[in-house]
Write a protein that binds this ligand. Structure first.
Ligand code: BYC
Length: 310
């Protein structure tokens, strides 16, 4: 009872819960679920853009893209480390991912068909990620909140590189402008789905808000993203593919059309355009890396043996 009161006091005072503190089992389970899903998203998220590294149109674009994809690997690693502070086992999390027992963001199950998709992922996907993740810098669990600070700084660079790439293409030929518009048409709705199901169908939001793991609901963040993105689209000169999108002066927000939730649940359920390919690729990379893990473990064992002798 006393431990529970202390936990509630820490959360209510907006202080951070730390790894050695007592916490309810449900709080620990929810955090492991969300942080693991977040880590898996970063790691699987390397694939759609990684597809274009060898075909980037210039050395500069290739260097930028390589740096961005490497950042994503780094984000995945901080997040797996944060999950480990809760007692999760890294090997077990990877096994759950490749066996389809843990989720990753729906957005990474869509294909990258043209180089414009690299720009649109930066602009819309990283833009959505920032809106979702900036409030997570104030999430109640200390290691997750601290990881988010660095992640958000890097995401901000990712978002700008995407927007800058699109501005360059929009100043180019008509074919380039058409390529950008088609890419926006394909990524707009899946980007809105990144924020999760509507609040009325979100099973975890209420409890996660009470524990201050989540600081805003899915619909609040989705609305913020739409409001932020509309003027950026205007400046860029692209049309967002939603005939119902318009400013509502009464609400002080943009209204937007109905999201295809059947498509969302289909993709989350494993049946999106690229789910099988993404998981097969991840499984192969994990198997191909077995020798590195074995060598690292053998080296660590040898070192600790040497230390004990000394
Ligand atoms: N995709 O109760 P709800 C990046 C699941 S990576 C798949 O609202 P919650 C980047 C949800 O897990 C950014 N599944 O859940 C990387 C739950 O199922 P379970 C990734 C989804 O957790 C590379 C069920 O639906 N960001 O930026 O309260 C390149 C009901 O949902 C999705 C994060 O992971 C989805 N979109 O809220 C470029 C942020 N949405 O687990 C960029 C951290 C929902 O009960 N995560 N589900 O079986 C979060 O903020 C929250 O977990 C969510 C969902 C807002 C995503």
């Amino acid at each position: 009872m006393e431990l529970e009161h202390e936990f509630e006091r820490v959360v209510a005072a907006d202080h951070r819960v730390e790894p050695r503190d007592w916490m309810p089992d449900g709080y620990r389970r929810t955090l492991i679920r969300q942080i693991a899903q977040h880590a898996h998203s970063e790691i699987i998220g390397m694939q759609p853009e990684g597809n274009w590294i060898s075909r980037a149109p210039s050395l500069r674009r290739k260097a930028i893209l390589l740096a961005k994809v490497q950042d994503e690997a780094g984000h995945g690693l901080y997040l797996y480390a944060a999950a480990e502070t809760l007692g999760a086992d890294r090997e077990d999390l990877t096994a759950k991912l490749v066996e389809g027992r843990q989720k990753y963001s729906s957005i990474f199950n869509y294909p990258t068909l043209t180089f414009a998709d690299v720009g649109v992922i930066g602009w819309l996907v990283d833009g959505a990620a920032i809106v979702n993740q900036v409030p997570l810098c104030r999430t109640s669990y200390g290691p997750y909140a601290r990881a988010m600070i660095r992640v958000c700084k890097e995401e901000s660079f990712h978002q700008r590189q995407g927007y800058e790439l699109l501005l360059t293409m929009m100043r180019g030929t008509q074919a380039q402008r058409d390529m950008v518009q088609r890419s926006v048409d394909r990524w707009w709705w899946p980007s809105l789905m990144m924020f999760g199901p509507p609040d009325t169908e979100s099973t975890n939001t209420e409890q996660s808000m009470k524990w201050r793991i989540k600081r805003h609901t899915n619909d609040e963040l989705r609305q913020k993203f739409v409001d932020m993105t509309v003027p950026q689209a205007e400046k860029l000169g692209v049309t967002l593919p939603d005939p119902d999108l318009r400013w509502n002066a009464e609400r002080g927000h943009h209204d937007f059309g109905e999201i295809d939730w059947a498509e969302f649940w289909q993709v989350v359920g494993g049946d999106g355009p690229c789910n099988a390919q993404r998981i097969a690729h991840r499984r192969k990379a994990h198997e191909d890396g077995a020798w590195v893990r074995e060598a690292a473990a053998a080296y660590a064992a040898k070192k600790s043996g040497e230390e004990q002798v000394a």
